[in-house]
Design a protein around this ligand. Structure first.
Ligand SMILES: Nc1ncnc2c1ncn2[C@@H]1O[C@H](COP(=O)(O)OP(=O)(O)OP(=O)(O)O)[C@@H](O)[C@H]1O
Length: 277
């Protein structure tokens, strides 16, 4: 979905593992350092949009459409907000975007545009491996008894996957920097983190996979005012790196971040509307 305009940090082996580094924590013989590669910058003015067209969803075995002709478009590296009454179909839509269910009809695509707004080539189906999703109250799904195991849960365990692990570790370091988890000991029990830090950890787990689109269902729910402000600030920072689509009832805290917003009406109809704050 995004065009890479900057060279990314590349792992380099051959130096001692600094104590507390990810490489040391994982116990690798080939330690990692990070330096910027000298690839030239590519300046590109074209852009892409997530485009949802005429999406309907009816759960198998039922006669009722939860989503009815949903249409919207969200430009890359922007912040989209969906709000609306409980039970209107917001989470159902997020699940379709994340590839957890398939629309009954309609399409979910990425369309590239020229700088002048002309579509470039035909739209491509949204690749679900480039979509991350953080569910409501993600900390309830934490399974490990330390931060490192929680974030590396599901990583390849086979011996032959060193390259992939190096890649993931490089991403992990970047994700921890982005969400401000660098100061947290990797052996800390995730359940002992504050509410705001649990949310940061849940975000980092998704960011390791370098999604282009990150979907968040009620990211501020259940947090105190300080943690809500911290997470909102973090989302503002993340918007510079990837596209964010958020479902939330916390309109006041998020209004300043919003580039585009929609109200989900009862019956699964989505209407472009500013947050009523
Ligand atoms: N598999 C299913 N079968 C039948 N009904 C379903 C199914 N999944 C969701 N629903 C119903 O669809 C409606 C929309 O649910 P959804 O969770 O998407 O709403 P929501 O807008 O996200 O609500 P909330 O804000 O409370 O999270 C609800 O009435 C829900 O009970």
């Amino acid at each position: 979905m995004s065009v890479s305009t900057f060279s990314s940090p590349a792992p380099v082996s051959g130096v001692a593992n600094p104590p507390g580094s990810f490489s040391a924590a994982i116990g690798w013989k080939q330690p990692l350092r990070f330096r910027r590669t000298k690839k030239p910058r590519v300046i590109s003015c074209d852009y892409s949009c997530l485009e949802v067209r005429d999406v309907c969803y009816r759960p198998p075995g039922t006669q009722l459409n939860i989503l009815n002709g949903v249409n919207f478009s969200l430009r890359e590296k922007s912040f989209g907000l969906i709000f609306g009454k409980s039970g209107s179909g917001k989470t159902t839509l997020l699940q379709l975007l994340a590839g957890l269910n398939k629309p009954t009809s309609g399409s979910i695509c990425i369309q590239r545009y020229e700088d002048d707004g002309q579509p470039k080539a035909v739209p491509e189906l949204l690749p679900t491996e480039k979509v991350g999703i953080v569910f409501q109250f993600p900390e309830r799904f934490f399974v490990a008894d330390n931060v490192l195991d929680e974030i590396t849960f599901g990583w390849p365990r086979q011996k032959g996957s060193l390259k992939l692990k190096e890649h993931l570790t490089s991403n992990l370091q970047r994700a921890f920097n982005w969400v401000g988890l660098d100061s947290i000991p990797l052996d800390k029990d995730p359940q002992l983190l504050s509410g705001g830090y649990k949310r940061r950890l849940a975000l980092a787990i998704q960011l390791v996979q370098t999604p282009d689109l990150l979907i968040l269902d009620e990211p501020l729910a259940g947090l105190d005012w300080k943690a809500r402000a911290d997470v909102a600030k973090l989302l503002k920072h993340l918007k510079k790196e990837l596209t964010l689509l958020v479902v939330s009832h916390d309109l006041r805290e998020l209004a300043a971040l919003v580039d585009q917003s929609w109200r989900m009406e009862t019956g699964g109809v989505l209407l472009a509307e500013r947050p009523p704050v």
